[in-house]
Design a protein around this ligand. Structure first.
Ligand SMILES: C[S@@+](CC[C@H](N)C(=O)[O-])C[C@H]1O[C@@H](n2cnc3c(N)ncnc32)[C@H](O)[C@@H]1O
Length: 259
């Protein structure tokens, strides 16, 4: 079985990452949400750039993007897309000068496990006054169909401290404690996606589903197996469920004159 609790699971799933996360369509959608909030005349730091699929779409819209990521295998793909403007680095210890960043983004980073307080410590440090940090959360809304309820239950049990929750109710107080201002949501758009119970069960066992990676909960492998059985016991497990959610950008700003 692929890792559900390993330290660097993104190195394992890197070859499957783009295709398993909606490919270019998702990335283009995120870039369309972010681009109107970014100044095209200033560079962008993408923290947790992954394979660079979103950063490449931002580049295609005229932005100069630098990327940092912990996973060498994800980053190898980002290097193919962005060239040498990427580096291996931890979001909790950014190799970036204090007060030097005008604008930073993270898409689907904070639900994967980095310590939110440390990330915001670093973001607050590297942003220049007036700078902004734009975050697209993974768990901003939770689907309520039968697959979504079973998977949500798994996520709760694997992460009882809710350290992976990345909605504004979690992040805004953390950011504000570090002197950043939460300016609210922007670029909100409904998204619909489809998955069958069987495909979700398959994705769990291949380690593709981030929510199944344990942080501090009960025995991860046993819980994942239980969840797979629950999914496969649903009526019509081959039939795709239509899942409704919403994507949005959270805007954090460091007080000071805008650039
Ligand atoms: C779900 S992927 C998202 C990648 C990309 N932003 C996207 O939207 O396609 C999360 C990425 O965050 C990276 N990551 C997780 N923890 C990190 C940390 N502490 N520092 C830097 N990158 C981290 C992972 O290696 C992975 O590439």
């Amino acid at each position: 079985m692929e890792p559900t609790s390993g330290k660097a699971p993104f190195d394992v799933i890197a070859p499957d990452y783009d295709a398993s996360r909606g490919g270019t369509e998702r990335a283009a959608g995120f870039a369309d949400m972010l681009a109107p909030l970014l100044d095209p005349g200033l560079p962008v730091l993408d923290i947790g750039v992954g394979t660079g699929i979103v950063a490449a779409e931002l580049s295609a819209r005229g932005h100069l993007v630098h990327g940092l990521d912990l996973s060498p295998a994800m980053l190898a793909r980002a290097r193919d897309r962005l060239g040498p403007r990427v580096a291996v680095a931890d979001a909790c210890r950014l190799p970036v000068r204090t007060g030097s960043v005008e604008q930073a983004v993270s898409t689907w980073l904070l639900h994967t496990g980095p310590d939110h307080a440390q990330v915001f410590d670093e973001v607050a440090r590297v942003l220049r006054p007036g700078g902004r940090y734009l975050v697209v959360p993974a768990g901003g809304t939770r689907p309520t169909d039968d697959v979504g309820r079973i998977v949500g239950d798994l996520e709760e049990r694997l992460d009882p401290g809710r350290t992976r929750q990345d909605g504004p109710w979690t992040l805004a107080p953390i950011a504000e404690a570090r002197g950043l201002v939460y300016r609210g949501r922007a670029s909100e758009r409904p998204v619909t996606f489809r998955i069958s119970p069987r495909d979700m069960a398959r994705s769990l066992s291949r380690g593709l589903f981030t929510g199944a990676w344990a942080i501090g909960g009960e025995g991860a492998d046993r819980l994942v197996e239980e969840t797979r059985s629950r999914l496969l016991a649903l009526p019509d497990p081959e039939v795709q469920r239509v899942r409704e959610a919403a994507d949005y950008v959270m805007v954090f700003a460091k007080p000071g004159p805008a650039a």
